[in-house]
Design a protein around this ligand. Structure first.
Ligand SMILES: Cc1ncc(COP(=O)(O)O)c(C=O)c1O
Length: 387
């Protein structure tokens, strides 16, 4: 029985977020700032459309690629919103979350030993997904002093003959960092010069607070080298519906569809109907939620900096990534002790890469009253730790 599990899976570390939140389970009165999902319920018109689709008996599979109606709406939305053009027949695939889109992209693109550049701190899935496909994650490390942004120099230095792709995620989980068009142009130059594929996870695009989001694929010449991943989980508060989409060159989307048809068949039908409604009537609710996140962001970031936990203002998403360096504690120590003493759960930055060791991630997808109470408890914790 010793060798029953695949070696790749044996070697895979469980998610640092999960490991930490196993500690939280069973504790009472904990304020959790750990979860990476909206605290809002899905807007009612979207839920209602899902319910109607069930009432109308739409309970079968859809086409593998997803409902044509949804692909068409996505294609129109991207064109109107970003001037980004994708053919709904051949360049858009409906997936089970961006999570599936990522997995499909990696499986469709990678041969054994192909390298994928992953800037860290990063979302927890990228490295394991690449490794499961036999690829090699090549981590590069961004710094707080540089806004946690990848630069063309960092990127260039990481590329070698085996490099096949780069994962970009902006606005970023966990740092909230995003890029202006000019910054993206500089990265694009390196990516195209080296004929790499950019797997661009833009799931938080709608939650960009201070400037307009630029999809990587809209940059001149970039589309042919880009797999654009986006979905409904974050902006429309639809995490549990498991619905997203991947767009890209037809050759890549065809390859991803081939894998998807054997492994997933199609995304949930009820969620596809609901997603159509999200694009139709969900934008108002989205703007309302975004306004609230922005108010919380400003509150939390000021609060953390006032407590001496240096924190940049995130450009987007709903996370604050604050330094605990001046407390003399590591991120894991800080998070464990804060949980133990003040019952506030935050995620240690090491869950997002080794350069996260000085940081904690705080999700502000949480009621502002709870955030106030949590910050006051963090304040008490820091004061007592100094004594
Ligand atoms: C950066 C990023 N990408 C992808 C996902 C997964 O999204 P989905 O719910 O669409 O699978 C998450 C979820 O936290 C995320 O933060």
């Amino acid at each position: 029985m010793k060798d029953i599990i695949s070696h790749k899976v044996q070697n895979m570390q469980p998610s640092g977020i999960r490991a930490f939140f196993d500690l939280v389970l069973g504790m009472k009165d904990v304020i959790s700032l750990g979860v990476g999902e909206p605290d809002f319920a899905t807007p009612w018109s979207i839920r209602e459309t899902g319910i109607f689709s069930l009432e109308n008996g739409y309970t079968t599979y859809t086409s593998n690629k997803g409902l044509y109606k949804l692909r068409l709406q996505i294609s129109r939305f991207l064109k109107n919103h970003y001037k980004l053009e994708y053919d709904p027949e051949e360049e858009i695939l409906i997936t089970v979350g961006v999570s599936e889109g990522l997995d499909l992209a990696a499986r469709a693109l990678l041969n054994p030993q192909d390298k994928v550049i992953i800037p860290q701190p990063s979302y927890v899935s990228y490295g394991p997904v690449v490794s499961l496909c036999g690829g090699i994650p090549k981590y590069i490390y961004t710094k707080q002093s540089n806004g946690f942004k990848v630069t063309s120099e960092l990127l260039k230095a990481a590329i070698d003959k085996k490099t096949k792709a780069v994962v970009l995620n902006y606005p970023s989980n966990p740092t909230g960092a995003s890029y202006t068009k000019k910054e993206l142009e500089a990265l694009k130059k390196v990516i195209l010069q080296n004929n790499l594929i950019c797997i661009s996870d833009e799931i938080y695009d709608d939650l960009t607070y201070d400037f307009s989001h630029t999809p990587f694929a809209v940059l001149p010449g970039a589309k042919k080298n880009t797999v654009y991943l986006n979905g409904f989980s974050k902006g429309y508060a639809m995490t549990g519906w498991r619905i997203a989409y991947a767009c890209g060159p037809r050759q890549i989307i065809a390859a991803m569809t081939k894998i998807h048809q054997y492994t997933m068949l199609c995304a949930p039908t009820v969620s596809q109907f609901a997603a159509c409604e999200a694009l139709q009537s969900g934008r108002r609710a989205l703007e309302h939620m975004k306004k609230e996140y922005k108010r919380r962001r400003d509150f939390v970031v000021d609060g953390l900096n006032n407590l001496g936990l240096s924190c940049l203002k995130p450009d987007g998403a709903f996370y604050a990534f604050a330094s605990v360096k001046d407390t003399g504690m590591t991120s894991l120590d800080f998070a464990k002790k804060l949980l133990d003493k003040e019952k506030v759960a935050v995620v240690p930055g090491t869950a997002f890469g080794k350069n996260g060791n000085e940081f904690i991630r705080i999700s502000y997808a949480c009621d502002i009253e709870k955030l106030k109470e949590a910050l006051s408890r963090v304040g008490s914790f820091i004061s007592s730790a100094k004594k």
